[in-house]
Design a protein around this ligand. Structure first.
Ligand code: TTP
Ligand code: MG
Length: 358
């Protein structure tokens, strides 16, 4: 019997900041771009639970977060603290937490800076595995003064959904017998692989819950979703065999930047792109990668219309010039008639390298 755990830190970046600044304890905290008094143009990385009560969450424009915070203040609620992103600090904390997990499991997959899968099959019962998870949570609380939420299940799919089920500071155990019934009342969006677009499309037909989508046969799902249909059929029933992958490799390294104001200034755009290529290249190297094969450029226009274009090279390369040149070539069409006939101004650009190798 497989017993898989998924651990996800609660409000991670914000929780680290709250812990490191005792004066902020209990206050609403937003970590992300500079709000610049409501004129800031980036996004929220994360918000603690006190700030989430105001409706602030990850990926929200920082200006909107600012407005929500001002509104709360006007109602007489506590003032929100806005902080910049201290990525290196979160990385250090993450590494120590991953080490605590590794002490308890022989097979660990780091899935992101604040989440990790680990195999507890050796415990041979869900009760014993739950005990290990309670101890781990206690140790994280005592040593790091942070809380985590954990899901225990027969596979990665259900474990991940379970860790999200009772946040913050939750522990949710879903045995193999319970897995299928556990998923039924959940929103279809909870199934990894179902994104916002699919969610919307299904909602138009009145399909909102996993239970609703289970009415379709494997063949019907295949007709609708193509190759992914049969896989989805199994996922809806809590079946998922994917093994844990020891080596966590970032799939990509990228940066993006929102301009101080929407711009059509070619010098500024090229300079920004070059600067980002430099940053991406250095970070790729510092994470131990020597080569990339794919370059992706993202452009967001002033009206938020967002596009990405990618190019995969015939062979892997570590050349900075190649990165610069490819990124430039991908960006050009957005600056002229080809991809930008109405000459819209640019709000944001991003560069990413993928297919990395050590
Ligand atoms: P999450 O685990 O998605 O979020 P969280 O830990 O802040 O909150 P929760 O309690 O719901 O788990 O992401 C982990 C960290 O990754 C988060 O603290 C900040 C960062 N992040 C971003 O920078 N941008 C994003 O859009 C998201 C979702 C996360
Ligand atoms: Mg988290």
């Amino acid at each position: 019997m497989r017993i898989i755990a998924h651990l996800d830190m609660d409000a991670f970046f914000a929780a680290v900041e709250e812990r490191d600044h005792p004066g902020l304890k209990g206050l609403p905290i937003v970590v992300g771009a500079d709000p610049a008094g409501g004129r800031g143009r980036g996004v929220v990385s994360t918000a603690n639970y006190a700030a989430r009560k105001y409706g602030i969450h990850s990926a929200l424009p920082i200006s909107t977060a600012w407005r929500l915070a001002e509104r709360a203040k006007a109602r007489g609620e506590p003032e929100t603290v806005f902080l910049g992103v201290n990525y290196r600090r979160y990385r250090e904390v993450s590494e120590r937490i991953m080490a605590l997990v590794r002490r308890r499991s022989p097979l660990v997959e780091e899935a992101g800076i604040d989440e990790v899968y680990f195999d507890l099959s050796f415990a041979s019962s869900f009760e014993k595995a739950a005990e290990i998870c309670r101890e781990l949570k206690k140790e994280i609380r005592e040593r790091e003064n942070l809380t985590a939420s954990v899901g225990l299940a027969p596979n990665k799919l259900v474990a991940k959904i379970a860790s999200d089920f009772r946040k913050p500071d939750g522990l949710t155990v879903v045995t193999p017998e319970e897995a299928e019934a556990f998923l039924e009342p959940l929103a279809v969006r909870k199934i990894p692989g179902i994104g916002p677009k699919t969610e919307n499309r299904l909602a138009k037909e009145g399909i909102r819950l996993v239970r609703d989508l289970k009415r379709f046969s494997r063949e019907e799902l295949q007709l609708r979703f193509g190759k992914w249909g049969p896989e989805l059929y199994d996922r809806l029933r809590g079946r998922h065999e994917a093994p844990l992958q020891e080596e966590y490799e970032p799939k990509s390294v990228g940066e993006q930047e929102t301009f101080g104001e929407d711009t059509g200034d070619l010098n500024l755009i090229f300079e920004t792109l070059l600067g980002m290529c430099g940053g991406v290249w250095k970070r790729m190297r510092s994470e131990g990668f020597l080569t990339f094969r794919t370059v992706v450029v993202t452009v967001r226009f002033a009206d938020f219309d967002t596009h990405s274009r990618s190019h995969t090279l015939a062979a892997a390369t570590g050349s900075f010039d190649r990165l610069r040149f490819t990124a430039m070539k991908l960006l050009m069409p957005f600056l002229d008639r080809r991809e930008n006939p109405r000459r819209k101004l640019l709000r944001l650009i991003g560069v990413r390298v993928e297919k990395l190798e050590k």
